[in-house]
Write a protein that binds this ligand. Structure first.
Ligand code: EPZ
Length: 421
């Protein structure tokens, strides 16, 4: 397993380009099941999860190929016949469950492995299945698979009692070819959900209310292939804000979408970072006199502070001046990075969904282990400022969501190396 070796203490300086958003690319790749023919997607990051979704589509009979310009990915789903997402693939990436809605819309039948839980929580898909049943699907569970059938899905009023990103995405894709109008109430408003709607509308879908809690979809008979550029990754952008903040650096972040990170900019400025739009990007400078201020934050669905940035903020707060309070309201077990940060000298008390972080003068390099994608990012944040060397193990978690991370950080002056064990 690869490891990352990081020697902390360098202030990061220079320019970095943000890659396309993983959590926009995954549903949009699944959406190509709805539009047989050659779909071309741009700004698709080169990540393990993208490769996994490509394998899922190929296992169904689709053809996927990279072009070498502008992160282009070409997907032809003409030949999709197998309406199954196998356990071997779903267990490595739960987002494979995003094929359920499009398969039901196009074929009226799907057999998709139930995604297991994962490190950060049980992550059930009951709301996805509730919505499909309301649209007329007959759902049975057998041998760990969801088997769904419907003559043709029909429009329905669906209310989510919890905001669910992929639940909203799955049912939006199920509804675009359904007979009639579907209303999604308490729908997710994340930019990635809006980006999925953008590509579906380009394919010919009739969708209104995107970005609000009520999305309406009027079913059509067919969709045509897409030619679409996906949005930049707001979580990668936020992670680079944390890198700049903890090293007292000065970074110009290019190819980011500032309108997607309002809550992040607000919180990081409260912590003392200087953040301004300039030169076609976002300039972020570490805190005045290197002193970070403690913060209070509760994660919440967009446009609130994203749960996917909670671990990175926690790492930053480990060396802030004062005591920070972090409340995780989305997932039940998303503080596993705390134990690893403690091994680097952090002072963090966790109680249920609350973490109390008392700032310390400095963190010390140590051997630590990544447990999930964003937890691994928080360990990189901490290691960049820690005294001495940090060795981060199991960085395959990191490779799921960050494209060329050590290359981007090295270019900014970080002392970072990947070693293959
Ligand atoms: C998406 O996961 C993201 N993944 C996650 O990013 C992100 O953390 C999460 O949204 C929240 O923003 C992708 O987009 C591929 P949810 P998702 O359904 O859709 C409960 C990363 O780091 N729930 O919005 O699976 C659920 O348990 C990943 O890139 C149900 O109870 O999350 C959770 O408590 C990690 N029943 C809450 O809702 C359901 O049927 C929000 O989950 C569905 C969800």
């Amino acid at each position: 397993m690869d490891k990352l070796l990081i020697r902390g203490g360098k202030a990061l300086r220079g320019e970095v380009e943000i890659s396309g958003a993983k959590n926009a690319a995954l549903p949009i790749m699944a959406a190509t099941i709805l539009s047989p023919g050659l779909n071309t997607l741009y700004n698709i990051p080169d990540l393990k999860d993208i490769k996994t979704m490509s394998t899922v589509l190929e296992s169904m009979g689709g053809k996927v190929a990279r072009a070498d310009e502008d992160g282009a990915l070409m997907i032809n789903t003409e030949g999709v016949e197998t309406v199954e997402a196998p356990y071997e693939l779903v267990k490595t990436m739960r987002a494979s469950v995003l094929t359920l809605g499009p398969l039901m819309a196009r074929f009226g039948y799907a057999r998709v492995s139930m995604p297991g839980g994962c490190a950060i929580g049980a992550r059930p898909i009951n709301l996805h299945l509730m919505g499909l049943e309301k649209m007329g699907a007959e759902i049975t569970l057998s041998q760990g698979y969801v088997v769904a059938r419907a003559e043709r899905l029909k429009g329905a009023d669906i209310n989510f009692d919890t905001v669910t990103v992929t639940g909203t995405e799955n049912l939006m894709m199920a509804a675009v070819l359904a007979n009639g109008v579907t209303r999604l109430e308490n729908a997710a408003r994340e930019p990635e959900v809006c980006d999925l709607a953008g590509v579906l509308i380009q394919m010919g879908a009739h969708i209104t209310g995107v970005g609000t809690p009520l999305i309406e979809i009027e079913g059509v008979n067919e969709l045509k292939p897409a030619n679409y550029r996906i949005i930049p990754d707001r979580i990668e952008t936020g992670t680079f804000l944390a890198f700049a903040g903890i090293t007292g650096g000065d970074i110009l972040i290019k190819n980011c979408e500032v309108t997607h990170i309002g809550s992040l900019i607000k919180k990081f400025m409260e912590a003392g970072l200087n953040i301004n739009e300039e030169a076609g990007g976002l300039r972020v400078i570490g805190p005045h006199a290197g002193i970070l201020k403690a913060a209070e934050v509760a994660t919440s669905p967009y446009p609130g502070f994203p749960t996917d940035m909670q671990a990175q903020l926690m790492a930053l707060m480990c060396v802030a001046d004062g005591t920070s309070i972090i409340r995780e309201t989305i997932f039940e077990n998303r503080f596993m990075h705390a134990a690893e940060l403690r091994r680097m000298g952090a002072n963090i008390e966790v109680e249920d969904n609350l973490a109390i972080v008392k700032g310390v003068n400095k963190l010390l390099g140590a051997q630590v282990m990544a447990t999930d994608l964003r937890a691994s990012a928080s360990l990189v944040v901490a290691a960049l400022a820690a005294e001495g060397e940090t060795i981060i193990d199991r960085i395959y978690h990191l490779d799921r969501g960050y494209e060329k991370i050590e290359y981007k950080l090295s270019k900014l002056g970080a002392d970072i190396h990947r070693v293959s064990a």
